[in-house]
Design a protein around this ligand. Structure first.
Ligand code: GUN
Length: 646
């Protein structure tokens, strides 16, 4: 039912297939009031809508029409429809007059595409005991719903109030059930009171246990200010009554917040409402006309933001968008900062190479997973005797003089060659051998550092000084470091080609891959245009190509054989079943449903070996998904095969 098309961290664009057509995700589902709707939502961009089955069920006229003509005719929408169950009314009024099996059966009978069980929306801040009791009821009803649904897809809602352990518990139990989607519920009170830090905890603790193959819906989230952040936490669907509720109150939505019409001198965007009318013209209209126009504006900005988020995922700069959006409100920034508590979770889904450069937009950028991942990995590769130098222009290795002097140290130093390491924002530690590799080369930060950036670099230098290290005087003065000893000597900054390709291979495929792939007899060829390393051969056999866009290695046939022979299963491998084997050998892409096993360490855009159940090499390819997604998804491509024929 759900296919992932592109990825950026936990964010993904995808395709959700329903009986009434396909929906591109992330998607916004406008809330349609059955019987009252006067506003067109399809024109502004709705591919799917949500309506309330309980309201239909309770109104004899609506109910009869829905049962005879179907919900699509009732609300006059021929695309996919999701229905909610009445749980919202339960949270508002404390009681409702329908049981779970009845409302499930009803949703199925009126032909909804996606129905919802009668979960208990436990509010924030209640006792653990109450939240647990209500989670148990929610779980029981989700299980029961499976028996009563026939045709429709089913939403199983994650509850658990503001107790992250209960969110995880609820999500992990729901993950075991044969349902199609997972809303994350009872978050409206958190969003209404700007409690975004707790929202981040509720969402990420839920997402950590939900299968990546099922879309997640942030229930009641309809403010465009929040979409980028929510998508970066793995949410795929939003529903909005905000467009009309805000309009009824003369409030205009924007990605920077909300404007009250009476305070506006200028209209805030370039939609047709904002270009056709002035604030005073709108103020002078009758209530209903004004409400409809503001609702049209609200839908326009909401769908524009959804499109922008989808484009950002495709381009690989979702986090830059999140960082921009979170500057709109201090509580949003707090929520974003909270995400750095979940780096291990996010890392599992973060592609290892992207189309876009990493931009440092402020100190929060240092909390991003790319920085965390790089520092963890690079420390394995550094070794001893480091010469830490201040950055020059990029690429560092070709802009530094061949030899530099003027170093200080913590203790007297003598003997042996030094490994030159540039210390710079945003990635901190850049061995010269890696200075063309993603994301180190494809990144930028302001040349004038902020205090957090300085402190970050000072901390890294201090750590490295625990080993054998000397520090360039320019770097000492930039970071305000004073060291007692002067190192008398110079440091070579030229990087040997073989050292470079070996270190890139270690960094990319794991320690030891460099020597395995590139024996002393390899031939390294440079591009005639750029002078950069391009191809590495053993005799006439291609081992690897160094890709110009991200400086990473693409395996040639000889490289694939060497990596396969020299590493143990399942390192760098995706194993496919018998059915898929002949296709992979022919160079056809691998679909997720044929994958039987893979290396847990695989991330999207990694170069991988495609093997069969007996670990025979079939092909090489580029992963489109991470390991967890490969094992869980049943639709869509998982590996783009580069070369079969082994
Ligand atoms: N709409 C907003 N929040 C909720 C929730 O927690 N559950 C359901 N079913 N609908 C909602």
């Amino acid at each position: 039912m759900f296919e992932i098309k592109s990825k950026d961290g936990l964010g993904r664009t995808g395709i959700l297939k329903t009986g009434h057509g396909t929906v591109r995700t992330p998607a916004l589902m406008p809330v349609i009031h059955p019987g009252k709707q006067t506003i067109d939502v399809k024109g502004p961009g709705a591919e799917i809508v949500i309506t309330n089955a309980y309201i239909i069920y309770r109104n004899p006229e609506l109910r009869e029409k829905a049962l005879s003509d179907g919900v699509h005719r009732l609300i006059d929408f021929d695309g996919p429809i999701m229905t909610d169950s009445g749980s919202f009314q339960l949270s508002e009024y404390g009681d409702i007059e329908v049981e779970n099996p009845e409302i499930i059966r009803f949703q199925d009978e009126i032909g909804t595409d996606i129905g919802t069980s009668l979960d208990i929306p436990t509010p924030p801040g209640v006792s653990h005991r109450r939240a647990l009791e209500e989670v148990e009821v929610t779980l029981e009803r989700a299980r029961e719903s499976i028996e009563y649904r026939e045709r429709m897809m089913l939403n199983a809602v994650v509850q658990g109030s503001t107790h992250p352990d209960l969110r995880r518990y609820c999500a992990s139990r729901l993950a075991e059930l044969p349902v199609e989607l997972h809303p994350i519920g009872a978050v409206v009170p958190l969003m209404e009171s700007y409690r975004y830090r707790e929202l981040v905890d509720a969402v990420l603790s839920s997402v950590s246990e939900l299968p990546p193959s099922r879309p997640r819906h942030l229930m009641g989230a309809g403010h465009p200010m929040l979409f980028a952040l929510a998508v970066s936490m793995g949410c795929d669907l939003f529903d909005s009554a905000a467009y009309i509720l805000y309009a009824e109150d003369d409030r205009l939505l924007s990605t920077e917040g909300t404007y009250k019409l009476e305070n506006l001198q200028e209209m805030p965007c370039s939609c047709s409402v904002c270009t056709d009318y002035t604030p005073s013209e709108l103020m002078g209209m009758d209530r209903e006309e004004r409400r409809n126009l503001i609702a049209e504006h609200n839908l326009h900005v909401s769908f524009a933001e959804i499109r922008k988020v989808r484009q950002a995922i495709h381009d690989g700069n979702l986090m830059e968008l999140v960082e921009e959006r979170c500057r709109a409100h201090p509580r949003l920034l707090e929520g974003y900062r909270r995400m750095s508590e979940y780096l291990d979770l996010i890392e599992k889904f973060e592609p290892r190479s992207k189309r876009s450069a990493f931009f440092y937009t402020g100190p929060e950028s240092l909390g991003r997973v790319e920085v965390h991942r790089h520092l963890k990995r690079v420390k394995e590769h550094l070794g001893e005797r480091l010469a830490l130098v201040a950055p020059s222009r990029r690429p560092y290795s070709s802009s530094l003089p061949a030899r530099i002097g003027g170093f200080s140290s913590l203790r007297p130093q003598s003997g042996g060659p030094w490994r030159v390491v540039v210390v710079d924002l945003p990635f901190g530690i850049i061995p010269l051998e890696l200075d063309q590799v993603y994301p180190l080369a494809q990144s930028d930060a302001p040349g004038i550092m902020d205090l957090d950036g300085e402190e970050f670099l000072r901390g890294l230098v201090r750590d490295l000084m625990d080993g054998d290290a000397i520090v360039d005087d320019a770097l000492c003065s930039e970071l305000g470091i004073e060291l007692p000893y002067k190192y008398m000597g110079e440091v070579e900054t030229t990087v040997d080609d073989l050292d470079r390709v070996r270190m890139v291979a270690d960094y990319q495929f794991g320690m030891g891959a460099g020597e395995l792939l590139f024996t002393d007899d390899v031939r390294i060829e440079r591009s005639r245009n750029t002078g950069k390393i391009r191809h590495i051969y053993a005799g006439d056999e291609l081992i690897c190509t160094m890709r110009a866009s991200d400086g990473l290695l693409v395996l040639g046939a000889e490289g694939a054989v060497r990596l396969h022979q020299g590493t143990d299963y399942p390192a760098c491998r995706v194993a496919v079943n018998e059915e898929s084997e002949p296709f992979a050998r022919k160079g056809k892409s691998v679909f997720a449903k044929f994958i039987i096993d893979c290396d847990n360490n695989i991330r999207a855009n990694d170069e991988v070996l495609i093997v069969n159940a007996d670990d025979e090499l079939l092909a090489t390819g580029k992963a489109l998904l991470c390991a967890e997604e490969m094992m869980d998804l049943n639709h869509g491509q998982a590996v783009k095969t580069r070369k079969g024929g082994f």
